[in-house]
Design a protein around this ligand. Structure first.
Ligand code: UD1
Ligand code: MG
Length: 464
């Protein structure tokens, strides 16, 4: 493709039927704001510097939702129609030449290959505009594609302005166009407001261009659902379901096993390696990357985390913003709250919570522990019930434990605290002072013993 493509994404509307205080394009499907999906699809046909989003309602929030650097914005202060939206960008867009592709920010199902076909159709012929259409059983609400006696597109008529004969036309306008930019800008000023809504309709361009002697072509979609625009929360859920399904299929075709796939949620930004198995009801979210030969157990949630090859995540485990290295095992029923680093071969068992903690290679915390703001050396064993007391009510403090240490069950480690390598902490201890390497620390009351106490008590009660 030699001719440059500029993309303008219409996203200024509020979307009244969403019944929301948030602009429609900010709602999420497939783990992303609707507008982000469209921007990512646009990136397949144009560089970020040639992509512009028309913002109006909650312009600041919509700008913030577009995370791709370099994307431009066009302010449409008042929403006076789709034609007005494009015209609002005249100053920024008119100089860009080439082709101008107009998309909607609320249609996240559109595939990159469809956009490519649209541009290729434009490039291979002499049409001033190629528009995306589809034959629909029920085109209610859509603009109808009017063709002349030779079957050539001559106009688009909106539902509100259509005659009964025009309403019977099943070919609907999907609202996605590729224009020759020079011809668009030459004639865009001819769009008027002479219609029942009193709006500037971009659809008028079809009639305007044909009347000026240019050709307008239609590219028919096989499945109109690809251009489905979201208007209600029911459609939002439907689109979310389709996006989730696409993502799971993509992963399965790439060699990932997904058990009961219809129950599993994977965000579109997630990568998963070959021969990894994802259990039922798991959720893999955000910018997570999972390596090969891993297992993510049923009902686990992994978000924004890096999971290396061969990691086992047991069922009902939550891993958030953490790194788990090769061959480590986490869960079942564990929680890696945030900023944790689990080194190769380490093991975290049930009911263990980690926060801002580094667990060294081969270290183990197998049952019931809270490890917060801690650095734990390789090969160290953390007994069941160990708690790092990292918070004094005002500040957080660190616990450092050397390599090959052994922390007995039910230990209370009062931070700031340092425990040297190879040291032992006796079970049930409260440790407040540093423990040097290879030492044994007790921090508990000595056991008392009263011989025969229980037998005597029983006898006393019998004689009462
Ligand atoms: C539009 C088309 C219709 C087509 C349908 C497909 C027109 C006049 N009609 O109708 O032929 O069948 O899409 O879905 O174009 N927007 C702005 N600024 C505005 C108005 C709209 O940014 O001033 C944005 C909206 O946020 C929305 C998109 O443009 O994302 C479409 O606008 P909408 O009002 O939904 O157009 P439709 O009535 O669906
Ligand atoms: Mg619409």
């Amino acid at each position: 493709m030699d001719t440059p493509v500029t993309v303008v994404i219409l996203a200024a509307g509020l979307g009244t039927r969403m019944r929301s205080r948030r602009a429609k394009v900010l709602h999420r499907a497939g783990g992303k704001a609707l507008v982000e999906h469209v921007v990512e699809t646009a990136l397949e046909v144009a560089p970020a510097g040639r992509i512009f989003v028309v913002v109006g309602h909650q312009a600041e929030e919509v700008r913030a939702a577009v995370t791709t650097p370099g994307v431009g914005f066009i302010e449409q202060k008042e929403q006076k129609g789709t034609g007005h939206a494009v015209l609002s960008g005249r100053a920024q867009l008119a100089g860009m030449g080439g082709y101008l592709l107009a998309l909607y920010g609320d249609s996240p199902l559109l595939r990159p290959q469809t956009l490519r076909r649209l541009v290729e159709t434009e490039a291979s012929g002499d049409a001033a505009c190629v528009l995306l259409t589809a034959m629909m059983d029920d085109p209610t609400g859509y603009g109808r594609v009017i063709r002349d006696a030779h079957g050539r597109v001559s106009a688009i008529i909106e539902q509100k302005a259509a005659t009964p004969e025009q309403l019977a036309i099943r070919e609907a306008n999907m609202g996605i166009y590729c224009f020759r930019a020079d011809l668009l800008w030459k004639h865009a000023g001819e769009i008027g407001t002479d219609n029942p809504a009193g709006e500037y309709y971009l659809t008028d361009m079809a009639g305007i261009l044909t009347r000026a002697g240019h050709r307008v072509e239609a590219l028919q979609l096989e499945d109109a659902r690809e251009a489905l625009g979201i208007n209600t929360r029911i459609e939002l859920a439907e689109v979310d379901r389709i996006l989730r399904d696409r993502k799971r299929r993509e992963l399965m075709l790439a060699g990932v096993t997904i058990e009961s796939p219809e129950t599993v949620i994977v965000d579109s930004g997630v990568a998963i390696g070959m021969d990894t198995v994802i259990g039922p009801f798991a959720q893999i979210l955000g910018k997570t990357a999972i390596g090969e030969n891993c297992r993510v157990g049923a009902c686990s949630i992994v978000a924004d985390s890096d999971i290396a090859d061969g990691v086992e995540i047991g069922p009902y485990t939550i891993v958030n913003a953490s790194v788990v290295e090769r061959g480590a095992a986490v869960g079942p029923f564990a929680r890696l709250r945030m900023d944790n680093h689990v080194a190769p071969g380490a093991h975290i068992g049930n009911f263990v919570e980690l926060k801002k903690t580094r667990l060294g290679a081969g270290a183990k915390a197998s049952h019931l522990a809270y490890l917060g703001d801690a650095e734990i050396g390789a090969g160290t064993n953390i007994g069941a019930g160990t708690i790092t007391c990292n918070y004094d009510g005002i500040r957080k403090h660190r616990t450092t434990i050397g390599e090959g240490a052994f922390i007995g069950s039910n230990s209370t480690l009062v931070a700031p605290l340092e425990i040297g390598q190879g040291a032992y902490v006796a079970a049930g201890s409260t440790i407040t002072d540093p423990v040097p390497p290879d030492a044994l620390a007790f921090g508990r009351a000595r056991q008392a013993l009263k011989e025969d106490w229980a037998r005597k008590r029983r006898e006393m009660q019998k004689n009462r």
